[in-house]
Design a protein around this ligand. Structure first.
Ligand code: ADP
Length: 862
């Protein structure tokens, strides 16, 4: 393939073959060149000119090319990454002189891929947002006994955090949805549907990396261990997922890795399960409009550090199940709520700390600079004060205070070694080591800065003998002493003649020559020495990387606790009582996000204890959805250890929160609204347990009135009869309110409105009983539907109701569909339906076909 290509193009072809999925940026002197198809793509994304480059030695048209100057590469790489591309950076790994020396005068310099930039493996400050993490995630597993068993592992390259969790086909999507995914490495047994919510560009399938032996070797290499037992990875799939993660990270960093923390093994029993659509609907970490600020996280985030904000996002995404763990967090928040002075002191100090974990990662990957060390020095410097501020603290706060220990030596070393702020961004800018730290460096610096003074001293010493001389400099001769011809006779013996011009003689001296040599090399020597000292400091950082990462984690935790305390005291939130019961008793609860946005939010209570189902009716816009979400959010807040917006709250730990809330059509995935609705309903009914919290909004709305009602009815029966879980069910089917009389655990509630002069006033108050109607016509009027249409609709409604009343079908509890026992014809029909279901190739159906099939089945039933 490389036949006929110039040697440079052969180098390029090799790099491209190694990284076909990436845009190759190929270093040529002061530029990075991008060639071929990559060039067309990159020139489009970067808005730069597309030209052509010749590929062979002799005449050809060449291939498309564009280029970016090397010193501005960072910005261009950032843009390519943002648009979802990967970038392979090819550098010259030797100088032209080295190439010639090693391989003869016509040798070209060696070029190699030194780094692969991918969305999930970034460490550079320029490409990362301080408050958001981007994980590299690996998911793989195997079919065993007809069941897929696997593991999801994740790594934050910028901090060295690693975690893993064992999953099944049923849990994998929920686990993935909880992670801030930058990029996914998937094994070949992974079902595409599990990755449905993730952009294809962020997924790469890597069978080889998951292979047992490859993965095991990678894990051992990364942790420097000979035996895996100590890591506590629970299954083979967990080993292979962590191994694949490490293998992929090594590929991108071309061998280097940051210091990785021991993998934290998360079990399903320790975290609340929240499926992807519930997560989205509840707007936990971003709003439906994609904004962080309008989400639960946005309201909770009063963090002062990037690491704190990133950790808070994890807490929001993964509420806990263990009551003791939850209470430990609550107690710590409570302590900081009560003691405002301690909170202010702590938060004041946190502002002075930096992103330790990211600095450490960069330094250990050889990409750090003086400023990263400066951050470590500054942060190390405030740790004693933070420990002091936490003095006397108990529990989780005390644990964090202890996590700040062990950095005294490093802080002292950096304190003595680094110059005052501001430190330069780049090593080559120099001047970041303090005067007095290293004698050798100081010597070079004296030479550089005092060079002129030394020359002047030499000049005046030499002229002391009475010769009028001038010290001069030129490119050819360097420094020299110059005298006019008439003084030639007075020249002392140690002067060495250099040059004669028409009017003058030029001399040097041994001292001048040596001074010049020293001066010339002093700058270079100073820089080299600074680099050596930097390497020594980085080595000290490496040795202290575990206490550094532990301090970083403790600071982040303190920041999160402080942020939760700040939010709680700002808004007057209270500490909920969390226990292992199935209580759910809220008094005066508010929606944590909406309440900050509307001027007078009406608080509402809720009691679902022991598996009650509240059937909630009320017109559109009354506040049903808000109430439903509010209670789910209170539960999530409570289990992440936060205070909650309520007058009082007792919440028995929920193993999962499920929601089914008016989904939009997912047409891209080929699913209609109704299909989505039914898929979500199926998941809830199949997975919820007696400890779950379920919120169902407008179930059955996506289809014709009566089959929707029928489905809603059957679901309510199943939820209270079989699952017996705490449930809020908002509906427009007023017919359902009849269930209150029939089923023990069902009670009717309404969001109150007042009718006034033919209009409705929303009171947003949840109270006992069923709403009088849907007030759809009034809401249409409010929304600005033309008066003529509103009047006509009101007339039609009257007519429809009359007809319905005459036919006696207004009350659904009187309908035969629900009250009649299964009759003979129904049994026959059931047989046919059964037959059809048995012969149906369920796995082979697309979503659309499934929907059609559903209609057919319904046709048969009708
Ligand atoms: P529904 O689901 O009944 O159609 P929503 O929950 O969407 O109603 O609420 C409609 C509007 O009413 C929301 O925009 C919200 O701002 C406001 N709202 C909801 N609940 C309250 C409340 N408790 N206090 C004040 N305003 C509320």
């Amino acid at each position: 393939m490389t036949n006929g290509l110039s040697p440079v193009m052969q180098q390029y072809a090799k790099a491209k073959a190694e990284h076909p999925e990436a845009i190759v940026m190929f270093r040529m002197g002061d530029f990075y060149e991008i060639l071929g198809d990559d060039a067309a793509l990159a020139s489009e994304i970067l808005q730069i000119t597309l030209t052509r480059r010749r590929t062979a030695k002799e005449g050809d048209d060449g291939i498309p090319m564009c280029g970016v100057p090397y010193h501005a590469a960072e910005g261009y790489i950032g843009k390519l990454l943002q648009s979802g591309q990967k970038v392979a950076l090819v550098e010259q790994v030797e100088t032209p002189e080295e190439a010639k020396k090693a391989r003869g005068s016509s040798a070209i310099v060696k070029r190699e891929v030194v780094r692969l930039f991918t969305p999930g493996t970034l460490t550079d400050e320029a490409y990362l947002a301080g408050n958001t993490a981007k994980y590299l995630v690996a998911v793989g597993g195997n079919e065993a006994n007809g069941r897929w068993e696997g593991a999801v592992s994740w790594m934050d390259m910028s901090t060295g955090d690693v975690g893993v969790r064992v999953v099944t086909a049923a849990t994998v999507t929920s686990v993935l949805a909880a992670l801030p995914i930058g990029e996914v490495v998937a094994g070949d047994t992974v079902d595409e549907a599990w990755l449905a919510g993730i952009s294809r560009r962020l997924v790469s399938v890597q069978k080889g990396l998951f292979a047992r032996s490859t993965a095991e070797a990678a894990v051992k290499r990364a942790y420097g261990i000979g035996d895996l037992a100590g890591l506590g990875l629970p299954t083979e799939a967990a080993v292979s997922a962590v191994g694949a993660l490490i293998g992929y990270a090594e590929l991108t960093q071309v061998g280097k890795l940051p210091t990785l923390r021991m993998p934290s093994v998360v079990t399903g029993r320790s975290r609340m399960s929240i499926d992807p659509s519930t997560r989205k609907n509840l707007e936990l970490t971003e709003s439906l409009g994609g904004k962080r600020a309008d989400s639960l996280l946005g309201v909770l985030d009063r963090c002062l550090t990037g690491a704190g904000a990133r950790l808070l996002a994890r807490w929001v995404a993964e509420p806990l199940l263990d009551v003791t763990d939850i209470q430990r967090r609550q107690d710590a928040v409570g302590q900081l709520v009560r003691d405002a002075r301690q909170r202010d002191a702590l938060r004041g100090l946190l502002k002075e700390t930096g992103d330790v974990a990211r600095c450490v990662s960069r330094l250990l990957l050889g990409r750090g600079g003086p400023r990263d060390l400066g951050v470590l020095r500054a942060t190390g410097g405030v740790l004693p004060a933070i420990r002091n501020a936490l003095g006397g603290a108990e529990g989780l706060l005390k644990v964090q205070a202890e996590g700040l220990l062990g950095l005294e030596d490093l802080t002292t070393l950096l304190g003595g070694a680094l110059a005052e702020e501001p430190l330069p961004a780049l090593v080559r800018d120099g001047g970041f080591i303090a005067t007095g730290f290293d004698g050798e460096l100081d010597g070079y610096r004296v030479l550089v800065t005092d060079g002129n003074r030394l020359l002047q001293e030499l000049e005046s010493r030499e002229s002391a003998g009475g010769i009028p001389l001038k010290l001069r400099y030129n490119q050819v001769w360097g420094y020299y002493l110059e005298i006019t011809k008439q003084h030639e006779a007075k020249v002392p013996g140690h002067w060495l003649h250099r040059q004669t011009t028409t009017t003058s003689h030029r001399y040097s001296t041994a001292e001048l020559m040596s001074l010049e040599r020293e001066l010339g090399s002093a700058g270079a020597k100073a820089q080299k020495r600074e680099e050596e000292l930097l390497a020594m400091l980085v080595d000290a950082v490496r040795k202290a990387s575990y206490p550094l990462l532990s301090a970083s984690e403790s600071l982040a935790t303190l920041d999160v606790l402080g942020s939760l305390a700040d939010v709680a005291s700002r808004h007057g939130w209270i500490m909920p009582l969390v226990d292992d019961s199935t209580a759910f008793a809220i008094e005066g609860g508010c929606h944590p996000v909406v309440a900050t946005k509307v001027s007078e939010f009406v608080p509402n209570g809720c009691d679902l204890g022991g598996g009650q189902l509240w059937l909630l009716t009320g017109p559109n816009m009354a506040g049903k959805s808000t109430f439903l979400r509010q209670n789910a959010l209170l539960c999530i807040l409570a289990q992440m250890g936060s205070f909650v917006p309520a007058k009082s709250a007792r919440i028995g730990v929920a193993d999962a929160v499920f929601s089914r809330i008016g989904a939009a059509d997912d047409l891209a995935a080929g699913q209609s609204t109704f299909m989505v609705e039914m898929v979500e309903t199926a998941q809830i009914l199949n997975r919820a347990t007696a400890k779950s919290l379920v919120i169902l909004d407008e179930l059955g709305r996506g289809t014709a009135t009566y089959d929707g009602l029928a489905i809603a009815w059957a679901c309510v029966e199943d939820v209270v009869g079989r699952l017996n879980c705490r449930t809020l069910f908002a509906t427009h089917y007023h017919e359902l309110t009849a269930l209150e009389a029939q089923l023990d655990h069902v009670s009717c509630w309404q969001v109150a409105v007042r009718e006034w002069k033919g209009e409705i006033v929303f009171l947003h108050e949840v109270k006992r009983g069923a709403a009088a109607g849907s007030y759809g016509v009034q809401v249409a009027k409010l929304a600005g539907v033309p008066q003529g249409v509103v009047n006509r609709a009101a007339g039609l409604l009257d007519g429809f109701l009359k007809v319905a009343r005459n036919k006696g079908v207004v009350r659904v509890d009187e309908l035969s569909l629900f009250s009649a026992p299964v009759s003979a014809p129904v049994a026959v029909m059931k047989g046919e339906v059964e037959e059809r279901l048995k012969t149906l190739d369920v796995d082979g159906l697309s979503a659309r076909e499934a929907l059609e099939e559903l209609y057919k089945l319904r046709g048969m039933v009708n």
